[in-house]
Design a protein around this ligand. Structure first.
Ligand SMILES: [Zn+2]
Length: 334
């Protein structure tokens, strides 16, 4: 704005910066008609400039004589998914989500029922399981597949036994326990141990979103949402053998698995200690992604007895404590 010669421009110049920016943007933005630009400027300076004045001002903007304020860059959320270092990519990381079928019961009323065990005709159980090995396509298995219920449960038992890490959303309280119950009922014994990463617990511990439902958390953090189920009709259709309902349920379940895996890779820096990938894989590096090169930081972290150097992981953003302590106190509270 080197030549504020026209009266109108001088008046614009006298405005506070926010109002001035609005005026210049209105001039610059060709999506606005001359009249609308004039109305916006007029609202700021008290009277709308003529269309010929606006035309001249726009020409000066085009030639660079008037500088239009650059809008501040929009805050684009960083939804980058982190990746694991190749040294731990050989680990078997299984993301899993189950769908369950409801119990079937006799009941006299419809509202606020308290149903006794002797009224239950058929108990609820696992209906289908979506799963994905990290680095492989998402898969699905259901009671209506070949092998039926028992085949499905045996397959999942094998999957869990093969896994080093099992990633779920609310799986520690729900999916894993439902599956364990099925294993026990079929006399399959306990699957080989694996480390559980329950992302709902991670969200509960570190964040306070408006909702902790997977749909909301995934929308905010990885920019993807759950599919719409259509409610109970979908379950009814899938159980009654409707091929369209079954296909839709499979898509829905697979989408949940994919969201959960994306969320896992997004939340690596927030994972609790206890599922250290390099430890499982017999390597060394960042516990959450396996990156071997960690950056020393000037910060330290202390327990009651010792002080350690803090390091950070440039791959996933985890904070990692060095194993070497740099100061040890001898005095303790009695
Ligand atoms: Zn890392």
């Amino acid at each position: 704005m080197s030549h504020p010669s026209p009266t109108i421009l001088r008046r614009i110049q006298l405005l506070d910066s926010a109002a001035r920016d609005r005026c210049l943007e209105a001039l610059h933005n060709r999506a606005l008609s001359t009249r609308t630009a004039g109305d916006i400027i007029g609202a700021e300076i008290g009277s709308a400039p003529s269309s010929s004045t606006i035309h001249r001002l726009r020409l000066r903007i085009d030639t660079g004589d008037l500088s239009v304020p650059r809008p501040a860059p929009a805050v684009v959320p960083d939804r980058r998914h982190h990746s694991l270092h190749r040294s731990v990519r050989g680990l078997r990381i299984l993301t899993l989500d189950i769908e369950t079928k409801p119990a079937l019961s006799y009941h006299f009323g419809m509202w606020d029922q308290n149903i006794g065990l002797n009224q239950v005709v058929e108990h609820g159980d696992v209906l289908s399981v979506g799963y994905k090995w990290l680095g492989s396509p998402v898969e699905h298995i259901a009671v209506w597949d070949e092998g039926g219920y028992e085949g499905m449960i045996r397959t999942v038992h094998d999957l869990l036994s093969e896994a080093d890490v099992v990633v779920t959303y609310n799986g520690i309280s729900f999916d894993e326990k439902k599956l364990n119950w099925s294993f026990a009922k079929l006399g399959l014994g306990r699957p080989a141990p694996y480390r559980s990463v329950d992302l709902l617990r991670v969200v509960r511990k570190h964040f306070a979103p408006d909702s902790r439902k997977l749909d909301h958390v995934a929308a905010e953090l990885v920019g993807a949402r759950k599919l719409v189920t259509g409610g109970f009709d979908l379950w009814r259709g899938a159980m009654d053998g409707d091929p369209r309902a079954r296909a839709r349920m499979i898509r829905y379940c697979k989408q949940d698995v994919c969201l959960t895996e994306k969320l896992y890779l997004r939340l690596l820096a927030w994972l609790p200690a206890g599922a250290s990938l390099p430890q499982i894989g017999g390597t060394d590096g960042c516990p959450n992604c396996g990156e071997p090169k960690l950056r020393a930081t000037p910060k330290t972290t202390s327990t009651t007895a010792a002080t350690y150097t803090l390091m950070s992981c440039g791959r996933c953003g985890s904070w990692v404590r060095s194993t070497r302590n740099i100061h040890r106190t001898t005095a303790r509270i009695a």
